[in-house]
Design a protein around this ligand. Structure first.
Ligand SMILES: Cc1cc2nc3c(=O)[nH]c(=O)nc-3n(C[C@H](O)[C@H](O)[C@H](O)COP(=O)(O)O)c2cc1C
Length: 327
């Protein structure tokens, strides 16, 4: 399928998730089957402008992950231009602009989700990105800041901006992540208003929710975030549902958790091999990655709350390995 000028093998995208969809995680999810596009979580343009070395670890070996998107967050034009310039030498496929982050930090800095309140600035940032980037540019946004009243104006901006595609998460910035509020109507509306492909995002957790999302909104592709933390096979399972109409059964067992952790460790090792500019030791990085995922992988297992508490307290790989050997 095509998203603007970008060719993707399928219409499923792994969402950018800060401190979750890390390089090992992106590699890991792809071990189960191909994913159309994977996304590097937001990089602050101000940080790139002043301390570019500090983001090197998020970009190394990125060429091995193609097709891959890199996301920038910021509202300062000079910082945006110098970030685009800095990124030029890396081999990635899409430059994504964040206009959805609801964090206090982003709103205070008038960036991310705040841009949906400051549409003039959003337009300038998008046009600047299109002008300076040699890669296709996309925008990732929410349905509005406090409400969806501006959606037509936003659609006009998107149409004028020259970007290649739009990703929309069906919540306002104010809604943050509250589950009851996913708004497919506004996604459907913006899809009918813009002339570029639209990626829909929010609360997709199996084949049926993916199918309903597509049918109701008519979007071109789907982005999946949190569901992949519990179930990294979700992309392959949804693709299977699309082709065969069968929802695969989840295997929730300790042996599955152990198998996944082993595979995850291989992905961390692949990523760490010959890496540079890590702010912590390889051992510490590995522990953080494996501990976080061990907690997620055991979420589908009944009565594993105390196990997860123990996992969260492990101080080294040996302790973690002992706890997750499940012998
Ligand atoms: C821990 C976490 C970190 C996130 N980091 C980012 C980010 O860096 N950039 C971004 O555009 N969205 C970020 N998001 C939002 C997700 O990309 C996605 O839009 C949201 O989780 C809704 O999709 P889902 O219901 O499939 O999870 C983050 C979400 C979570 C849960």
């Amino acid at each position: 399928m095509k998203l603007g000028t970008l060719f993707l093998e399928n219409k499923l995208i792994l969402a950018p998730m800060l401190q979750v969809s890390t390089a090992p995680f992106r590699r890991f999810c792809r071990k189960f089957g191909n994913i159309g596009l994977v996304c590097v979580p937001m990089l602050y343009t101000k940080r790139i402008e002043t301390h570019s070395r500090s983001v090197l670890r998020y970009l190394q070996k990125i060429e091995e992950e193609r097709p891959v998107s890199v996301q920038l967050i910021g509202s300062d034009l000079d910082a945006l231009k110098s970030s685009i310039d800095f990124l030029e030498s890396y081999q990635f496929d899409v430059l994504d602009i964040n206009a959805g982050c609801p964090s206090r930090r982003a709103i205070k800095a008038k960036e991310g989700g705040y841009l949906l309140k400051n549409l003039g600035e959003l337009e300038t940032l998008l046009k600047t990105s299109v002008k300076y980037s040699s890669r296709p540019v996309s925008l990732k946004m929410r349905t509005g800041f406090n409400n969806t009243n501006n959606i037509e104006t936003i659609a006009d901006i998107v149409n004028r901006s020259g970007i290649d595609f739009l990703t929309i998460h069906g919540r306002t910035v104010k809604d943050r992540y509250y589950d009851s509020t996913l708004d497919l109507n506004t996604i459907k509306k913006i899809k009918s208003l813009v002339k570029i492909p639209v990626v829909g995002n929010g609360n997709i957790y199996d084949g049926l929710t993916a199918e309903k999302f597509l049918e109701f909104t008519n979007v071109d592709a789907l982005m999946i975030g949190r569901a992949s933390m519990r179930n990294p096979e979700i992309f392959q399972q949804i693709n299977q549902y699309f082709s065969k109409g069968i929802e695969p059964k989840h295997e929730n067992s300790f042996s599955k958790v152990r198998k996944n952790l082993k595979l995850y460790e291989e992905c961390v090792d692949e990523y760490l091999d010959n890496t540079i500019d890590m702010p912590f030791s390889h051992e510490k990085f590995k522990l953080m990655e494996l501990r976080r995922n061990a907690i997620w992988f055991t979420k589908n297992i009944q009565d594993a709350i105390s196990l997860r508490t123990q996992i969260s307290k492990t101080k080294n790989l040996e302790e973690l390995r002992d706890l997750t050997a499940f012998d």
